[in-house]
Design a protein around this ligand. Sequence first.
Ligand SMILES: Nc1nc2c(ncn2[C@@H]2O[C@H](COP(=O)(O)OP(=O)(O)OP(=O)(O)O)[C@@H](O)[C@H]2O)c(=O)[nH]1
Ligand SMILES: [Mg+2]
Length: 273
Amino acid sequence: MQFIDQVKIYVKAGDGGRGCVSFRREKYVPKGGPNGGDGGRGGHIIFRASRNINTLLDIRYHQHYRAERGQHGMGKDMHGKNGSDMIIPVPMGTLVKDALTDEILSDLIKDNQEFIAAKGGRGGLGNTHFKTSTRQAPKFAQPGEPGDEQNLILELKLLADVGLIGLPNAGKSTLISAISSARPKIADYPFTTLAPVLGVVKAGRFKSFVVADIPGLIEKAHKGAGLGFQFLRHVERTSLLLHLVDISEMAEGDPVKKKKKKTGPPCPLLQKK
Ligand SMILES: Nc1nc2c(ncn2[C@@H]2O[C@H](COP(=O)(O)OP(=O)(O)OP(=O)(O)O)[C@@H](O)[C@H]2O)c(=O)[nH]1
Ligand SMILES: [Mg+2]
């Protein structure tokens, strides 16, 4: 299955329903007074983290979300129905960011954690609310408020305790398949792993931790070499990074003896005057 870890979406919460202008009309009750009901609230747009989802793939194919509007108020003091909320399931570890400012609005880490990304508009008040002793027949009501709308970026950062990093072919996938029941593809060519894989390692009877295997990293990955370094975000939040080094004869050179190469121009601040 394809692994998608960043998507841009547009959300629009439902508008509030209009308040109603209406008057009580009944036999033998002359000038019965106003009885317009309030409009209903528009539906919210809510993100809910779910442990059953692993990628943002579904959202990649559905990027516009609109929640239902609130029903308008009705006569006889009847309140309009609230618009139903739209709940968007996302994987655990999803960050919700404002697309314009890049500000992090929410970090959904726990299962079933919710975040209201756009609030539905408040329903307008019906004309019953505007009656006073001197204005006994108000012929107006409030309109509903518009629902919030936003452009958002959803970014998935996997939640793991240990991150496996290293050169391609170092044996990262082999290690995770030996210690957990994850079964990533293992082969003797570089860049076998194209998307992060999580494995749960049992430690003792009731304890366990999560290990993340990510694609191999090569020199100049920050300039886009190899698969780049985009997927490093998935090991950004781990409490431990495990750098796997291949010490077999197959590996290029001796990893211990290898001298540190100077890369890039020296930092001008560190140069002696
Ligand atoms: N001899 C030996 N071979 C190993 C060992 N660990 C892994 N290999 C072999 O090394 C090759 C690469 O292993 P992978 O686990 O796919 O390496 P990787 O780090 O996940 O590589 P990429 O996903 O391409 O970054 C496979 O052919 C493995 O069978 C080991 O401890 N000893
Ligand atoms: Mg691998």
